[in-house]
Write a protein that binds this ligand. Structure first.
Ligand code: NCD
Length: 325
């Protein structure tokens, strides 16, 4: 893998390969000293042109656990505010010696553009409404482990699992990447949203769609709630949040109806009282904090896959056994 801009960059079988590699990283995270020298001497630049808490911090933690050096770029006190172009900013950072750029930007396609300007690896940490591949990998890993770790050999460890992704699909890069990851692994996905919050065409999406959450609630194994992305609701697409909540949120009434084995997921940050009206800690099976925990290991796997010496992960994985000195 040269870049990770969308799951397509992983190639066939790539999601399954990353699930296996993530297992090694989870083991490292459980050690008393959760750090290995695998990426010593490599530099990872965190370029977040849009707000982030968990994604930025988990990439940062992941890089440090692999002993990479990190640089953090933040827009608010950068020369972008003095009129410097994105290209000049990237070239300036690259001149200091960067092996990977982790990029979040509010415009779709920016990671592809940056990949044309630099010889470093580019990891997409979320571009506009478009893609968020590491979120999809951490969601896939979280589901796979929570549902009993079906064998990876046939490439479809989520076969037979029915996932409802609920909410603002139209503006969600998480939904786009998750649909790719879940369906590649064999799951069946149903999108649940008001028609105004679905993309204009679902032709290329391997999914079904409905605007009636109550009709599918009893048929799904996983309820994946999306954040209502109010910052992206340019037009008035909703009659009102109260109406949305009554039809699409996980209210206490719906939570009481859920079979206890149904997994509830959310990428965070949550809008309590909008898409979720219950305390996740009180749900029988919330995976929301597991998603955050697994985010670090998945991002270690991605950085390792991109940057480990020689680029051949199979020959370098054994080096993960090394303790940090
Ligand atoms: C998501 C994002 O930024 O796309 N958050 C995240 O990375 N955990 C989802 C969101 O903001 O709704």
């Amino acid at each position: 893998m040269r870049h990770l801009r969308s799951l397509d960059d992983l190639g066939p079988g790539g999601v399954v390969r990353l699930l296996g590699l993530t297992d090694h990283m989870v083991d490292i995270g459980r050690r008393a000293m959760p750090k290995v020298p695998a990426l010593r001497g490599r530099t990872v630049a965190m370029c977040f042109f849009e707000d982030s808490t968990r994604t930025r911090l988990s990439f940062d933690t992941a890089a440090k656990r692999l002993s990479a050096d990190t640089m953090t770029f933040s827009v608010s006190n950068s020369s972008l505010n003095k009129g410097e172009s994105l290209r000049d900013t990237i070239e300036t950072l690259e001149s200091m010696g960067v092996d990977a750029f982790v990029v979040r930007h509010r415009s779709s396609g920016v990671p592809w553009q940056i990949a044309r300007w630099t010889s470093a690896a580019v990891v997409n940490a979320g571009d506009g409404w478009h893609q968020h591949p590491t979120q999809a990998l951490l969601d896939a890993y979280t589901l796979w482990t929570s549902l009993g770790r079906a064998p990876l050999e046939d490439g479809r460890p989520l076969a037979g699992v029915r996932v409802a992704i609920v909410g603002d699909i139209k503006h969600s890069r998480v939904a786009r990447s998750d649909v790719d990851a879940f369906t590649q692994l064999g799951a069946e996905v149903v999108l649940v949203a008001p028609p105004t919050l679905l993309p204009p065409s679902l032709e290329a999406w391997p999914v079904t769609a409905t605007d009636r959450l109550d009709d599918v609630l009893d048929t799904v194994d996983v309820l994946y709630l999306l954040r209502m992305q109010r910052e992206r609701l340019g037009e008035s697409l909703l009659p009102g949040l109260r109406e949305y909540t009554s039809r699409f949120a996980l209210t206490p009434e719906r939570a009481a109806r859920l079979r206890p084995e149904v997994r509830v997921m959310h990428p965070g940050p949550m809008n309590r009282g909008v898409e979720i009206g219950v305390d996740p800690a009180r749900l029988a099976h919330s995976l929301i904090l597991d998603q955050v925990t697994n985010g670090v290991a998945v991002r270690m796997a991605v950085l390792f896959d991109l940057l480990a010496q020689g680029g051949d992960t199979s020959t370098t994985v054994s080096a993960l056994g090394d303790r940090h000195d």
